[in-house]
Design a protein around this ligand. Sequence first.
Ligand code: GLN
Ligand code: ZN
Length: 754
Amino acid sequence: MLQTSNLGYPRIGQEREWKRALESYWQGDITEETLNEKMKQIRLSHLQKQLDSGIDFIPVGDFSYYDHVLDTAMMFGVIPDRFKSKQNDTLETFFSMARGSEAGQASEMTKWFDTNYHYIVPEFEASWTPQVKENTILKAYKEAKKELGIDGKPVILGPFTFLKLSKGYEPKEFSTLLGKLTPLYEQIIKELHDEGASLIQLDEPSLVTSLSQEDINQFKELYKKLTKAVPEANIFLQTYFDSVDYYSEIVSLPVKGLGLDFKHDKGKNLQYIKELGFPNDKILGVGLIDGRNIWKADLMKSVQLLEELKGLVSSERLLIQTSSSLLHVPVSLNQEVKLTKELKDGLAFADEKLVELKLLGDHFRSGSKEYSQDFQNHQKQVEQFNQSPFRKDIEAQTLAGIKTERELSFEKRKGLQEKKWNLPFLPTTTIGSFPQTKDMRQARTKWRKGELDDLKYESLINEKIEKWIDIQEKVGLDVFVHGEFERNDMVEYFGEKLEGFAVTKNGWVQSYGSRCVKPPVIYGNVNFDQPMTVKETAYAQTLTKKPVKGMLTGPVTILNWSFVRDDISNKEVTRQIAKALVEEIEALENAGIEMIQVDEPALREGLPLKAEDQQEYLSWAVESFRIATAHVLPTSQIHTHMCYCEFHDIIDSINALDADVISIETSRSHGELIQIFKTNVYEKGIGLGVYDIHSPRIPEINDMVQVIEKALEVLPAKSFWVNPDCGLKTRTEDQTIAALENMVEATKKARSLI
Ligand code: GLN
Ligand code: ZN
């Protein structure tokens, strides 16, 4: 009989109670025991919800106190020496790895595939002893059974992906390490099976990335070994986020079932099944409820797909699933009282997605051609939403009349800009935001609630601007910013002001650790409504003779940090955003702001997982940036900023943005960046952050002088800018002032040395 399955449930809780519990523990407000109690409560309530929703396979082991990759590392004792404790590794060890402690610097954190979720990178060291410290998945399985009578589906990060995501070994050591991990996985799986787990899900999302034949051979060997060692266990191999390139080889592995993503695979998985078949001894996991986006599922489309599959795989071997874990979507629509009914009817968060699974499952199990009333109501809402006026009538987004090329080439406009701006050698500036202090945040909350009127709110913003213009003047920077005091977040702020966006009340998703983000929702055609940044910037400019840099978030970053409509392409949506930004930039220029920074910290983040799709993405991403910025006067100076960037593979695209000045975060990768510029000539203005804004430490003058000198070994001094790594929003005012004073001193020293 056809069944339904969920791949993972959000951890944060409807009210972000998970986040609050963690943070109060870190602050020392609650004990470890209380934390454990709270976590258990949250975990069980999530299981209960899933049980109530009526789906068949409920995941266990997906819950975490921080991150599931870190959990896996902990389970196998992959703990860097600097954190190992003499007595016993504890919760403290776990959090030290995630967040750093006196014992040492936190482990690296990086993006989980192409999502905005970040995992902690496991570090293998020579001293690692292969071991199962504790089978935490088994613990979760037993708990669900004992407390709620749930026969859960254990979810384990598979060995291949776990190792691919780890560091601390040479490529040639991969297979040795895999060999060491295999018996550990065997043990875990065996114990789960012995305890009664009927289906054991091994997540191997690395299978959807571009792999070599050598990789695949290792993968096959691994799964043959695993299944041979525990032949009685039902191993379910789960992939997500894209299609599986080596389908025919993967599908013939001796596992019980294979889970495929049918939402983010560009139709390829279905095509493979059609062309190459599906073995009649396996279960097929059909991921068709989108785990990455928030739109109500078009269930008729799902029915069509399932009908098609039924011709190829017998229906009792189909498992209807979410396309990935629901970790990447908010918990529930329950509290979205402010959204229009029209929009809300078009949305489904995690809890609503479980209902969708159930509706589909019930329909197929009933064997009836008729659709239930609930099914029909659901479908009616989807259709109404798709017909809404804000989605229809998309004027063709042609590039007619749109400039994508600056009037003059960089070489030609460079001289004009030098003359216009007349900046000193090694100009100093900052990245945009200044500290967001408590009074500002509180004022915003009050203003939102209507407890503070516009006038008072705006005058507070102006006071902050005045204060910081004054500070910048005293510190002696060359190019100023207004400080972004009016912004809560660099994407949501624009989402609140552009047409086609909605902002949710409680649509939080986990980004890393306890940090959550609330992506705006791009539901309709994006249009410029009224100037978004002009008032504050222009006001700042009236207070100083130094240039004030306008500050915008770029089209690609706005796209990548939002939930985006899926009825038209991302390329199309990004173009719409870019066109709206054209109007904003024009308004800035008209107000006399002719140095404008368009931040694109998330440009690289959207890079598709498969090598063959990357060029296309980069080409429209670059094009969108150019649409937004190419129309300005030759003398206007366009800046951009990027953080956490691995550059080597996209340096050409960065150059193609044709921004006059770029600033890049470097604190975590300085040496690496220098290497890149050794082999790539970069002629445009560039600022490599000279100090790390993530640390409360005040940077030393001489350290910064050295950073500048190092950079100037590979970059032309004439085009080098001096700035911090990133925005200063999270620092205190005192730290910021002291750091900037030192930065200016360092610049003076560097100027005198060159
Ligand atoms: N202009 C933004 C700021 O300074 C840039 C933030 C970012 O790069 N993430 O806050
Ligand atoms: Zn940044």
